[in-house]
Design a protein around this ligand. Structure first.
Ligand code: CO8
Length: 283
């Protein structure tokens, strides 16, 4: 039995002096690059940016566009008022079409490889909740600024009876210590903003989204005098083991995921979880 037991708008962001690339990137994300070569990738899938196949495909395309535009850095944020991303869209895993869910998982793998392994500078402006896959996206960036308030972030998979994939674990190990990762993952811990700062899961607390973006830009500015190639190669070498593992084990990882979603007990748990989310929302 796999217990899924601990149950736990879209304004376009095109700032002045930015050119919009949303036509290329697709409607579920907005990509804009400013005059200093800083791209802002805004997730805009209401209500909570849950990562379905379409959103993941748009993120994937947008990451390619950042490279094509030769942007030196990218800030990842959300247009939702209180959520950065609710993580993977449960509906993609619930009674799935097997062909689609396979594409869903391989697209997620691809997005992670591109984001975690990017040569450009990355910062997450976390303007709200960032559970599970939302935390994964934020941790894949090099720097995290989170708006203070009653938000939380972390990898809650274990509390839901799910074993987080190895590369989720590796991403957290790249962010906080291995010991803190083990404690966080085995307990499925969700961190408050203050707790996340204390452990290093985020780097700064901001007053609001604009402050988040401002602080992310300050981080990016630190690299003005660092030769970009040396910076990029250093980042990729430090992240190389984790990247190499997934590159070598994509098929194995996919097989594990497909076995997971094919399990009737898992399906039952996903159904209960979705019902709980809807009940909580009073629907
Ligand atoms: N997937 C699908 N729908 C979702 C999700 C989601 N992850 N999260 C929220 N929704 C839906 C809700 O059901 C609700 O729908 P409706 O409007 O139809 O009732 C709507 O989005 C709004 O949600 P809330 O009312 O809950 O919004 P709040 O602003 O109150 O709260 C939160 C936002 C905190 C993000 C809250 O929605 C929440 O906790 N969501 C669940 C987060 C979560 O547990 N995500 C885990 C996803 S699994 C994952 O990412 C990794 C799995 C790895 C699998 C590995 C297998 C081997």
């Amino acid at each position: 039995m796999i217990p899924l037991r601990s149950l736990v708008n879209t304004a376009k962001l095109v700032l002045p002096n930015m050119r919009a690339l949303s036509a290329k990137a697709g409607p579920l994300v907005d990509l804009a690059v400013d005059n200093e070569g800083i791209a802002t990738l805004t997730l805009q899938r209401p209500p909570v940016n849950s990562l379905n196949l379409d959103l993941l495909q748009d993120i994937d395309k947008a990451l390619d566009d950042v490279v094509k535009n030769k942007a030196k850095a990218m800030i990842l944020t959300s247009s939702a008022p209180t959520t950065f991303s609710a993580g993977l869209d449960i509906m993609e895993m619930y009674k799935p079409d097997m062909k689609r869910v396979e594409t869903f998982w391989t697209t997620l793998q691809g997005v992670w490889l591109k984001l975690f392994g990017s040569t450009f500078i990355t910062a997450a402006a976390i303007n709200g909740h960032a559970p599970a896959g939302g935390c994964l996206l934020a941790m894949s960036c090099e720097y995290r600024v989170m708006v203070g308030g009653k938000f939380s972030t972390g990898l809650n998979e274990t509390a839901l009876g799910i074993v987080a994939p190895r590369w989720f674990m590796d991403t957290m190990c790249n962010t906080i210590s291995k010991r803190e990762t083990e404690l966080a993952l085995t307990t499925g811990r969700m961190f408050s903003v203050e707790e996340a700062l204390k452990v290093g899961l985020i780097d700064e607390i901001a007053t609001d989204k604009a402050d988040c973006i401002e602080k992310s830009k300050k981080f990016i500015k630190k690299f003005d005098r660092i030769p970009p190639m040396a910076r990029a190669i250093t980042k990729q070498k430090i992240r190389g083991d984790a990247l190499g593992w997934l590159q070598k084990n994509k098929q194995e990882d996919l097989k594990e995921f497909l076995t997971f979603v094919s399990n009737p007990k898992v399906q039952q748990s996903l159904e209960m979880y979705m019902q709980m989310l809807k009940k909580k929302a009073g629907k």
